[in-house]
Design a protein around this ligand. Structure first.
Ligand code: ADP
Ligand code: GLC
Length: 504
């Protein structure tokens, strides 16, 4: 029996690991609910049932009944719902089965081209998430929306769903994982949203004559947060706000930063099933085996004496793929090896494919998505490279710290908050930081790391030790989200309700 001081929370999102993931959003939605459930909360998750979500593999169960989703001018649309569990816990996850919208293998795009019906696909997700509560007889205290895909939920809660018996009084928290993608669509989408044209204003949903779903969410959410404190500050500036900085600044007092955690049950070199040998701070012997295994797996000479740099990333501008492309020839002029795992913009596939052909002894890349290989890179590389132009949080630098693989990062967003610069004299720090977003700064810093590898074994050992001691736990993050949820409930339902329920 749920105790009254515990909360009912619905996560509505476009990805959740391991079912469907393109980036860190999937990691967060796949992990945070588990840790909230451990605090006693009744958490549920809803995402689409893309083709990549294998119903047999995950033992999904079709729920009886059909969701009826009012899609404004399009009319009512219908979908089925599958139920599963997040791995390693009892948290229910619901999958919306809608062949027309989600019956494809991609989440957002194919061959680098966003699906043309992404507007309807994600408005549908947002509305169906609310309708799901009726089907489940679930009365959430908080609906936790993520990025633009479900960012319009707070606006729906304040308009057409305001008097809904199940969700009308639910508070909303909108987590901003990435301000670059905002869900910008033609104005006619207002007719599908069905919340009335009066909300198509400069203050609310309109931006540059288009409907901006994220902007609507920022305006309407009970509370907001980003995935690091640094990024919460950055998005209030023109450099990082992508045109929404003024809207964000309007809500600055309701905006918080909570650094993502690492799921150390998934990312732990002492237990990782994907890597060739286990290791831990007390016994690092396995790391050399992992390096040699990685070199063999990707077809580089199995040299222990050369620094091996790794990248696992979406190949897009955000991640500095263009900067790396510019720096790579200079980097490969040194005695180093480089492995790159990623997919994204087509030009990068060709470009780095050519680099691999040109430098077969030094550079290898795998174009595509490969979970096992990502773990092998974290474990086997000597350094992990993240030349991001912006980085709301970034998970890979935290994973690499756990694997004794010092990260080389551009100092932005969550990379500032989670990596401490190396101090050669004091033997402190966990990685290598640089500030200017340029190929030269990246090259210099990779050079500094290579120099450390060759000439400062004590420094490298200290970096590894210091990094492996770091802990970015979901327990910490979940406790902070717990605080935000309670604050949001007080805001939505009033101080009296809050006092009666929580006695504070
Ligand atoms: P973002 O969400 O901006 O892509 P994050 O660092 O938060 O960046 O998260 C990226 C996540 O996606 C990590 O778990 C990373 O290992 C994973 N990832 C990215 N590209 C690949 C790939 N090609 N193969 C396997 N995992 C990948
Ligand atoms: C976004 C950001 C990334 C962050 C992730 C999870 O995709 O680009 O920095 O770690 O969301 O919050």
């Amino acid at each position: 029996m749920k105790r009254p001081e515990q909360l009912s929370i619905l996560f509505a999102a476009s990805e959740a690991a391991p079912f469907a993931k393109e980036g860190g959003l999937g990691d967060v939605v796949g992990a945070l609910p588990k840790y909230l459930a451990r605090l006693g909360h009744d958490v549920r998750v809803v995402i689409p049932r893309y083709y990549s979500v294998n119903r047999e593999k995950y033992g999904l169960r079709l729920l009886p009944g059909t969701l009826v989703v009012p899609m404004g001018i399009i009319g009512h649309m219908y979908c089925g719902v599958y139920e599963g569990r997040l791995p390693g816990c009892d948290v229910p996850i619901y999958f919306l089965e809608h062949e027309q919208f989600y019956g494809r293998s991609g989440l957002y795009q194919q061959d680098g081209q966003g699906y043309l019906d992404n507007d309807n696909r994600f408005v549908f997700l947002s509305k169906a998430s609310l309708e799901l509560c009726k089907m489940l007889d679930f009365h959430p205290d908080v609906i936790h929306a993520h990025d633009w895909h479900t960012g319009i939920i707070p606006a729906l809660l304040n308009t057409t769903y305001l008097h809904d018996r199940f969700v009308g009084d639910a508070a909303s928290l909108l987590t901003l994982h990435n301000m670059q993608h905002q869900g910008n669509f033609y104005p006619g989408l207002m007719e599908v949203l069905g919340i009335g044209w009066k909300h198509f204003t400069y203050l609310e949903l309109e931006k540059d004559d288009q409907v901006n779903l994220l902007k609507g969410g920022i305006y309407h959410a009970t509370l907001l947060n980003t995935v690091s404190e640094g990024y919460a500050r950055e998005i209030q500036t023109p450099e990082y706000g992508w045109g929404l900085e003024t809207v964000v600044r309007e809500r600055a007092t309701d905006l918080y930063g909570i650094l993502n955690g690492v799921d150390y049950e998934e990312w732990n070199p002492a237990t990782d099933p994907f890597i060739a040998a286990k290791f831990s701070p007390r016994n690092m012997k396995g790391k050399a085996i992992c390096k040699s295994d990685l070199q063999a797996t990707i077809g580089l000479p199995q040299r222990p004496d050369v620094p091996l740099f790794g990248v696992v990333s979406r190949m897009v501008k955000q991640k500095g793929t263009d900067i790396l492309a510019e720096a790579i020839h200079r980097i490969l002029a040194m005695d180093v090896q480089f492995v790159m795992v990623g997919n994204g913009e087509p030009w990068a596939h060709f470009y780095f494919g050519d680099i691999a052909a040109k430098y077969p002894e030094k550079f290898a890349c795998f174009i595509g998505y490969d979970e096992a290989l990502a773990h092998k890179v974290e474990a086997g590389a000597d350094f992990f490279v993240m030349p991001s132009s912006f980085e709301p949080c970034g998970l890979n630098q935290m994973y690499s710290l756990a694997y004794g693989t010092p990260p080389i990062v551009r100092a932005t967003g969550g990379l500032v908050d989670s990596v401490e610069n190396f101090d050669e004299a004091a033997l402190t720090g966990t990685g290598f930081k640089y500030w200017q977003h340029s190929a030269t700064a990246l090259f210099d810093t990779v050079g500094w790391a290579a120099y450390t590898f060759y000439n400062k074994p004590k420094g490298l050992a200290a970096l590894r030790r210091n990094g492996m001691k770091q802990r970015f736990t979901w327990e910490d993050a979940a406790a902070k989200y717990d605080g935000l949820y309670r604050q949001a409930v007080r805001r939505r339902r009033g101080a009296e309700y809050y006092r009666n329920r929580f006695g504070e």
